[in-house]
Design a binder for this molecule. Sequence first.
Ligand code: VGL
Ligand code: ZN
Length: 197
Amino acid sequence: MKVKLTDRDALIVVDMQKDFMPGGALPVPEGDKIIPRINEYVKLFEKKGLPVFYTRDWHPENHISFKGHGGIWPPHCVQGTEGAKFHEDLYIPADNKFIISKGTSQEFDAYSGFQGTILNDLLKERGVRRIFVCGVATDYCVKNTTIGGINLGYQAFVLEDAIKGVDVNPGDVERAINEMMERGAAFIKIEDIVDYK
Ligand code: VGL
Ligand code: ZN
């Protein structure tokens, strides 16, 4: 499948934070392996003057998604902590203004970058119609951001060479991919983008 980028496109990089990388509080296996490819996508979008949005999990202490507070996860991505920072190898253009924090209130969780954020408004303001999604975790925040975007009317492309999942229950990643496809998401690789060299 060949895809030509247009001025209606935006890149969404999901949760590339230290706590989701090997050695972090809630590691996604090989989560760091996709960083070079993500950086290539960011540079491609940057070169074309297209917006790049970075979501981050940004939880208060004792967040509802944490064990002992109603959830299933070890504490992770607590606001202001080292683990909540983006991985140091992730390329973020110096002038980038689009950091989207989610899961920021104690009593709500958000697996979608659209949930409780201004991401949809920022995309609409810029006339964006197609979103290109990469990052972690395939079976949680990538899936929910992609489907959330589809529900809001965006055409979604999942960058299959730049996602990793957790697979808490074996098969979760495969099911997530099937679910996104059933909802109309297209899966593409960097070679599918016209002008990629
Ligand atoms: C995520 C589990 C808990 C994710 C966030 O970014 O996919 N997963 N919080
Ligand atoms: Zn979380």
